[in-house]
Design a binder for this molecule. Structure first.
Ligand code: ZN
Length: 312
């Protein structure tokens, strides 16, 4: 199964990020943990009921992060799927909640509602016919019928699509599916999380990562063996230098910066988010990997307070 595993971005205030993704967008908070490489910082995971690959958006909330700037070499937009008939409901919700959004537009024949999160991250809801038949999860804020059904995909703003497209198709399990204007659409086998659109923008200004920017995009590998085969292909056929495998507790990962400048990760589908707490109570407690458990008291002291019952 190929496709997006998760998308990780940089946020500002932890509480504001939590409230927006769980309350305004109605995603499930599937894991409250820390950045394993920087344990004084939270790492929040939001997704569907079980945090399936293809539904997970994650954040490093850095209270004092400077705002990012969009541009070449960056993820331009991250899009979620909703039932096509739900876009009117969402437009109304964004108006009521004061969320900045753009007029509906058409992209590859689908209706797209572009909006931004409180840190300026560029997001969209794409109306997908038939998505209403897929199970939606609700915490009571967003009714299940209108709930987000995972990722639609991401749009990368790149100087040139060729090399990145080569890695998508040769290593990550994508096929070129369509072209529209300056956008080339690549499609994977998994739903949700099927699409990577490359917006070729030769000569545009280079972006700068910060608050509201995507930090990296993770693609799926079934297991360690498939990941190792992908790493070998990246090295031998594409001149990439992926990192050693890192254990992220919920998946195992390698990273490389693709030729267009975006940080890519390949993450295993296994073991998943229920490895250290039951699905029923995902996200309710701060979870730490074994190597940090001995430092729990110090870590809890430096992390900002998080009120998980806040109602917006
Ligand atoms: Zn990641």
């Amino acid at each position: 199964m190929s496709g997006i595993h998760h998308v990780t971005a940089i946020a500002g205030k932890a509480q504001r990020n939590f409230d927006f993704y769980t309350r305004t967008l109605g995603l499930r908070f599937v894991k409250r943990t820390v950045n394993f490489d920087d344990p004084g910082t939270y790492h929040f995971y939001y997704g569907d009921e079980a945090g399936q690959p293809g539904t997970i958006v994650t954040f490093f909330p850095w209270e004092h992060a400077a705002p990012g700037r969009g541009g070449v070499g960056q993820t331009h937009q991250t899009a979620f799927r909703v039932p096509a008939a739900s876009l009117g409901w969402w437009t109304q919700r964004f108006t009521e909640k004061g969320v900045a959004y753009e007029p509906l537009e058409k992209r590859f024949g689908e209706s797209v509602l572009a909006f931004t999160d409180p840190d300026g991250m560029s997001l969209a809801l794409v109306g997908v016919p038939g998505a209403e038949k897929e199970a939606g999860w609700s915490n009571g804020d967003v009714p299940a019928e209108h709930a987000i059904r995972g990722f639609h995909g991401v749009t990368l703003l790149l100087d040139s699509a060729a090399k990145t497209g080569g890695i998508l198709t040769d290593v990550l399990g994508y096929k070129e599916a369509a072209r529209e204007g300056s956008i080339i659409r690549y499609q994977a086998t998994a739903t949700p999380g099927s699409y990577v659109d490359i917006y070729e923008a030769k000569g545009f200004m280079t972006g700068r990562q910060g608050r509201g920017s995507v930090h990296h995009i993770a693609f799926r590998a079934a297991d360690d063996a498939e990941q190792a085969a992908m790493a070998k292909r990246l090295i031998e056929k594409h001149g990439m230098h992926p990192t050693e495998q890192k254990d992220r507790n919920y998946f195992r990962s390698i990273y490389f910066r693709e030729p267009g400048g975006v940080l890519f990760e390949i993450a295993t589908d296994v073991p998943g988010f229920a490895v250290d707490e039951p699905v029923e109570t995902l996200g309710q407690h701060l979870k730490l990997p074994a190597f940090l458990e001995g430092h729990r008291a110090e870590i809890e002291k430096v992390l900002p307070a998080l009120e998980q019952e806040t109602v917006s």
